[in-house]
Design a binder for this molecule. Structure first.
Ligand code: CTP
Length: 400
């Protein structure tokens, strides 16, 4: 990362949750990229990480008291809230989110969030039941309407022994979101335009029914975020997902494969295209504008026609992006299958996902290989957020 971000500062609020330890790694990543980190540690946060560790990694002092005479003399809380370019809350606990949503200001973290005029990024972390509680849903909606940016949470096994959404995003993913918000046009991909497709497509059968698939969109969203973190101007063309828009990314919502292709073409010219979407291969031949009624027995079979192949269309386009990348899930003969797909689609790289590796399908990790005409590059098994981060770096290397 060039030194252009050296002058940038993040005010990092560390809330009280088991995920607080990940804030240390986030601090390390930010410092390594030349970003200044000024930490605020809540009283609950200090039960999980020590001010000393945070201060040592941030190379700055830690602020924690609202009514500390020395703190206020050095830098008042209003000034503190405005001394950074971005406020990052990691972990953003249910408590921190509730206070921010209602405008409560009874400690340094909540007062700072109320007083700041800078963009805010929250990385929620809490028990799945707390995350799914109607009160948290309400607070999330309020904060999003207030313009707060979110990254995560992930789904997975939690420290409390339960499983579900609520686990804080991994540090490289929060780092990417932070850099995207700070960077806006800086970094090795500055001036480059990227299109990323993500999520499923939904193909109408009639006005109320559709054909779709279970793609969550996570990998595509993480890649869009990671490319923005490298400074690219990213358009994310997405089918219906439950995910919030990644920070600093232009999001275009579509439903069908044909709409997805049209949105991609409208986003041209671009330097990079990464097709991660799980596009429905077929769609119903005719989706009438009237609901199919039950009548007597099952309706006639639904005739299907093939959908456009977006990856192939972008690869053959008159305004083809310089680097076109596709994804493939393979269970066997990974290299041979990926090479065949490269030739068939006309793209430059296939990111082949080896789903035969135990624990990768539907899990948090991925074992991928980058297949190009030059051969195969196998990556060790790693978290999905890390795959996105590494892929964006690999793309950036191709342009520099
Ligand atoms: N793709 C696309 N448009 C389609 C179908 C696929 O853009 N209509 C893209 C996907 O986004 C992905 C790649 O093509 O980048 C996957 O290719 P596909 O031929 O669908 O491969 P698999 O899903 O692996 O299926 P199979 O191996 O069964 O051919």
């Amino acid at each position: 990362m060039p030194n252009t971000l050296n002058q940038k500062r993040v005010l990092l609020i560390v809330g009280g949750g088991i995920a607080a330890y990940k804030a240390l790694e986030l601090t390390r990543l930010l410092r390594k990229a030349g970003v200044g980190v000024r930490p605020i540690l809540t009283a609950a946060g200090a039960r999980f990480v020590t001010p000393l560790s945070l201060s040592a990694l941030a190379e700055d002092r830690v602020y924690s008291e609202l009514f500390s005479l020395t703190d206020e003399a050095e830098m008042g809380h209003i000034e503190l809230s405005r001394s950074a370019d971005l406020v990052v809350v990691a972990p953003a606990t249910a408590d921190v989110m509730a206070k921010a949503a209602t405008g409560l200001a009874n400690d340094l973290a909540s007062t700072t969030l109320l007083a700041t005029d800078k963009p805010v990024l929250m990385a929620p972390a809490m028990n799945v039941r707390m995350w799914e509680h109607a009160a948290t849903r309400r607070n999330l909606a309020t904060l999003m309407a207030d313009g707060i940016n979110f990254v995560g949470p992930d789904e997975g096994a939690m420290a409390c022994g339960e499983f579900g959404p609520g686990r804080m995003a991994e540090p490289p993913v929060i780092f990417a979101a932070t850099m995207a918000l700070l960077g806006a046009g800086r970094g090795p991909l500055a001036g480059k335009r990227a299109i990323v497709t993500a999520g499923p497509t939904a193909e109408a059968i009639d006005p109320v029914r559709m054909l779709t698939n279970r793609s969550s969109g996570k990998q595509g969203y993480a890649i869009a975020q990671a490319l923005a973190a490298q400074g690219a101007e990213v358009t994310l063309v997405t089918g219906p997902t439950a995910l919030p828009a990644p920070a600093g990314v232009r999001r275009v919502d579509v439903e069908s494969a044909r709409d997805m292709l049209a949105a991609c073409e409208a986003a041209l010219p671009a330097d990079i295209a990464v097709c991660v979407a799980a596009v429905a291969d077929w769609r119903p031949k005719s989706a009438g504008d009237r609901k199919i009624k039950k009548g007597s027995g099952a309706p006639d079979p639904i005739a299907l026609v093939e959908n456009p192949d977006i990856l192939a269309a972008l690869s053959k386009h008159g305004r083809r992006p310089r680097l076109v990348i596709g994804f493939a899930a393979e269970t066997h003969d990974l290299e041979a299958n990926a090479q065949a797909k490269l030739a068939k689609k006309g793209c430059d790289w296939i990111v082949a996902n080896d789903v035969s590796v135990a624990g990768t399908l539907g899990g948090d990790d991925n074992a991928v290989a980058i297949v190009s005409s030059g051969g195969i590059e196998r990556w060790e098994r790693m978290a999905k957020g890390e795959v996105a981060h590494r892929l964006a770096q690999r793309i950036a290397a191709e342009f520099n």
